[in-house]
Write a protein that binds this ligand. Structure first.
Ligand code: PLP
Length: 229
């Protein structure tokens, strides 16, 4: 278990770094949403973060996320699904999450749409984009984005609110910058092409969230930096 004092220190430092990065980019720090990624920790750490004012939590596995949700039925937490989702788990996501960051195919969107329809629910989602086009990576490649969004626009229950990306991992965080920039450009191009519902950008993790904010991130997904001892 990570001591509360460590989490508090890390959270304060991350918040300062978020604000500083926003100011460098002449952006309102309040417009940037920190999602605390708790996939590597348990309920104690979640409770500590909640008591420190955090309300947005990210998990990458549906089953684990639901277990954690069930531990805190009375807390006003917004749960974010950030990991790869198999279509057979669509039913579990419908109705349980505030935002799905990792919508990575039209096929998944169809499954979610059906699951949501059956419970008469809605779900906000971000489309994951494989900006670098690496074959093993999740997400739609930029060339397929517009057609996919045209299809998904017909869906009434799953609502596309923006884009998400994971840059290639590297020792040098600067490697990520062009990927973040490209995601923002894609968003702007889509807005010009009738997809102005696609607004929010989810990009940036522990090692590169400041750069992501400089390039326009609305959501940063931070795990490791919150719990480092
Ligand atoms: C784990 C994870 C994060 C957080 O990464 P850290 O480097 O621990 O901050 C962010 N996004 C996704 C999709 C993840 O799986």
């Amino acid at each position: 278990m990570v001591p509360a004092g460590i989490i508090r220190r890390n959270l304060l430092s991350i918040k300062t770094r978020v604000s500083d990065a926003a100011e460098r980019a002449k952006r309102d720090p309040e417009s940037i949403q920190l999602v605390a990624v708790t996939k590597s920790v348990g309920n104690d750490e979640i409770r500590t973060l909640y008591d420190l004012g955090v309300r947005d939590f990210g998990e990458s596995r549906v089953q684990q996320a639901i277990q954690k949700m069930e531990s805190f039925p009375d807390l006003d937490i917004r749960w974010h699904m950030i990991g790869r989702l198999q279509t057979n788990k669509a039913r579990k996501v419908a109705g349980n999450f505030a935002l799905l960051h990792s919508l990575d195919s039209v096929h998944l969107a169809e499954s979610l749409e059906r699951a949501l329809q059956s419970i008469n629910g809605t779900l906000d989602a971000l489309v994951e984009v494989n900006v670098s086009g690496e074959p093993a990576k999740a997400g739609l490649v930029p060339e397929d984005l517009k057609t996919a969004l045209d299809t998904m626009k017909e869906f009434r229950h799953i609502q596309i609110k923006g884009l998400m990306t994971m840059p290639p991992l590297g020792d040098n965080p600067e490697v990520a910058r062009p990927h973040f920039r490209r995601l923002r450009e894609l968003r702007d191009e889509l807005a010009g092409a009738g997809h102005d519902n696609v607004r929010s950008l989810s990009m940036g993790m522990s090692q590169d969230f400041e750069m992501a904010i400089e390039e326009g991130a609305d959501f940063v997904r931070v795990g490791t930096a919150l719990f480092i001892q």
